[in-house]
Design a protein around this ligand. Structure first.
Ligand code: CAA
Length: 261
């Protein structure tokens, strides 16, 4: 198994088709330093190209999914430096991964940690998870999608409250307001995420990719344009052997055998 500085990477699932990526910088509660985010983008991009993998689970430790961008690393940065370097630009690589990513959040998901979970496609939380955008307390604002993705998940009032107060919310509330889709006991969280990932990985790879792209389009465009795009993607599936196989298997009362073609 390959060794990484800030990550643990494992293959899971009965058919070995789920990649489990664990953030592993325990001393700093998985603060997302530049090196960690570079390693994470590279690993996710490699997994994205791996035909054997159908879904990714991204997790942290029991104590922290991630406590945000690395405050020590950016403490003395100047405006000219952050503009010049396009500070945090490379984080968006996570949102460009084509395979689905399930964030399995135990402990703190704060600032960039909350934003990283929101770049994923499904968020599951452990009972002790806490989400927040505390940047305002540091004299700055969220810089990796917090002001844009959070309102799309939870609406304006709650997003505004979280961003302007810096207050954290617990897993139960995050579930009630639609930020996370399920809450599990902390020690069952990864297994549950892997179970969902296995289910996703059992479907046609290419159709899963198209479905992810179609849902994400809902957050990028108008309803009319989104529906037009969806219809074309739906039509496009009729050019795939997997679409024929899925419907034929239903009619023949058997399990489909998808090939990703
Ligand atoms: N950056 C760097 N180091 C961090 C960190 C961060 N975001 N969060 C925690 N750490 C470090 C602490 O400095 C501490 O290190 P030392 O032991 O060397 O002092 C270690 O992790 C453990 O942290 P604490 O002792 O503070 O643990 P705690 O249990 O008392 O508190 C916490 C936990 C509430 C999460 C607290 O650490 C905290 O508030 N962290 C900062 C959260 C934050 O403000 N995140 C937003 C960052 S800005 C951002 O993310 C911008 C963006 O939009 C991308």
């Amino acid at each position: 198994q390959k060794k990484y500085e800030y990550l643990l990477v494992d293959i899971k699932g009965k058919n070995s088709n789920v990649a489990l990526v664990q953030l592993n910088r325990p001393k700093a509660l998985n603060a997302l330093c530049d090196g960690l985010m570079r390693e994470l983008s590279t690993v996710l991009e490699t997994i994205d190209k791996d035909d054997k993998i159908g879904c990714i689970v991204l997790t942290g430790s029991t104590r922290a999914f991630a406590a945000g961008a690395d405050i020590r690393e950016m403490q003395n940065n100047t405006l000219a430096q952050v503009v010049g370097a396009g500070f945090l630009d490379q984080w968006s690589a996570v949102a460009k991964i084509k395979k689905p990513i399930i964030a399995a959040v135990n402990g703190f998901a704060l600032g960039g940690g909350c934003e990283l979970s929101m770049m994923c496609d499904i968020i599951y939380a452990g009972e002790e998870a806490e989400f927040g955008q505390p940047e305002i307390i540091l004299g700055t604002i969220p810089g990796a999608g917090g002001t844009q993705r959070l309102p799309r998940y939870v609406g304006k009032s709650k997003a505004m409250e979280m961003v302007l107060t810096g207050n954290r919310i617990k897993a139960k509330e995050a579930h009630q307001i639609g930020l996370v889709s399920a809450v599990y006991p902390a020690n069952q969280l990864i297994d549950e995420a892997v179970k969902t990932a296995e289910k996703i990985a059992s479907h046609s790879r290419i159709v899963v990719q198209l479905a992810k792209e179609a849902v994400n389009t809902a957050f990028e465009t108008t309803l009319a344009e989104g529906n037009r795009f969806e219809k074309r993607i739906f039509h496009t599936t009729f050019g795939l052997a997997d679409r024929k196989e899925g419907m034929t298997a239903f009619v023949e009362k058997r399990k489909p055998n998808f090939t990703g073609q």
